[in-house]
Design a protein around this ligand. Structure first.
Ligand code: G3H
Ligand code: 13P
Ligand code: ZN
Length: 343
């Protein structure tokens, strides 16, 4: 089946009480890993590419790889999403490249680093919603600013500064009403990358109550958790065992994500865990077989390690077993849906 709008997947997830992992990709092996995991677990798929990923892989390669995924897995519903679009222009170029969903991250200005004011966020998000919905494409917005120090999409906020920029549940209602976004990314204390927490976080550190309050106010808006890698200790250990340097660090426990899913979280962004898994696998091959120089011999294990992480998340988030139950909808039918909603 052709790539489908992400909204179709999120609506099904909401109606059936589960979440869908959105995995970042930059290359063929990562796309293959996700698709193999989805095939094995009968899962709907959200593949997402950051601006950096699009630059690295080049849009045409990425587009054709995604078309190959759809051709090789005709039973599986797949959405292709622009992660952290920094401007309407980025989102429009993604749509022109066949992405069926875009994130406009108006919580930051176009540089992707400076916290933006509310009026700016509403203005750019509305602009993208109007243009994207006219083509049936799903839109994710963001309110509040994610924390984190090693973040290519963030203001580098930590501690009290980060807490000041958590999503305000009252403002969330206003933002969704003013912009018409399909999905809302919320800041609840997570950050991108491997170094999220110096000890295993509790629900309080993560401020899960913000998600619960937003969901109470906006039961029909799909919530998105960014920075949701769990940073498994065993993956850090493999990297260390084979010569890598990873400091002590903790991610978002899967059980906290599951708690979020009970309160409206439908899309869960995971990139770092796959990076860790692939890196550990490659290091292992190089350490154990220093004479190896056939890229398939290290890319293959890296792909298999990522597949394992994807399968585990698909099962934990509840999307496993759902692919065959989803009725795909075309972008065209979503155009009609949005037009009716606007009346
Ligand atoms: O949002 C962050 C993702 O991990 C993508 O990161 O910009 O390095 O591709 P990236
Ligand atoms: P992680 O770095 O926790 O995997 O988060 C990825 C993400 O939020 C992409 O938008
Ligand atoms: Zn993110």
């Amino acid at each position: 089946m052709p790539l489908i709008p992400m909204r179709v997947l999120l609506d099904h997830a909401a109606a059936n009480g589960y979440g869908v992992a959105a995995f970042n990709v930059n290359d063929m092996e990562q796309i293959q890993a996700i698709m193999a995991a989805a095939e094995k677990t009968d899962s709907p798929v959200i593949v997402q590419a950051s601006r950096g990923a699009r630059e690295y892989s080049q849009d045409a390669y990425l587009r054709h790889l995604m078309l190959a995924a759809a051709e090789l897995h005709p039973r599986l519903p797949i959405a292709m999403h622009q992660d952290h679009g920094n401007s309407p222009a980025t989102c429009m170029s993604a749509i022109a490249q066949g992405f069926t969903s875009v994130m406009i991250d108006g919580s930051l200005t176009e540089d992707g680093k400076t916290p933006a004011d509310y009026a700016y966020n509403v203005r750019v998000t509305r602009e993208v919603v109007q243009a994207a919905h006219a083509k049936g494409v799903t839109v994710e917005g963001e309110l509040g600013v994610l924390g984190g120090i090693e973040d290519s999409h963030g203001a580098g906020l930590t501690g009290d500064e980060a807490l000041k920029h958590l999503t305000d549940p009252a403002q969330a209602g206003q933002f969704v009403a003013e912009t018409g976004v399909d999905a809302l990314a919320v800041a609840i204390g997570t950050s991108h990358g491997a170094y999220k927490f110096s000890r295993k976080p509790t629900g309080d550190v993560l401020v899960m109550s913000v998600i619960e309050e937003i969901h109470e106010r906006l039961p029909n808006t799909h919530l998105v958790m960014h920075g949701s890698s769990s940073v498994p200790q065993e993956l850090l250990e493999i990297i260390r065992q084979y010569g890598g340097q990873m400091k002590e660090t903790y991610g978002v426990p899967v059980e906290e994500i599951q708690r979020g899913i009970k309160h409206g979280v439908r899309k869960i962004n995971v990139d770092t865990d796959n990076r860790l898994a692939m890196t550990g696998a490659v290091r292992k091959v190089f350490a154990e077989s220093p004479g190896e120089f056939d890229p398939r011999k290290w890319l293959g294990p890296a792909r298999a390690a990522m597949q394992k992480v994807c399968e585990e998340r698909m099962i934990a988030f509840g999307q496993a077993g759902q692919a065959g139950k989803i009725k795909p909808k075309s972008l065209r039918s979503m155009v009609t849906f949005y037009a009716k909603k606007a009346k």
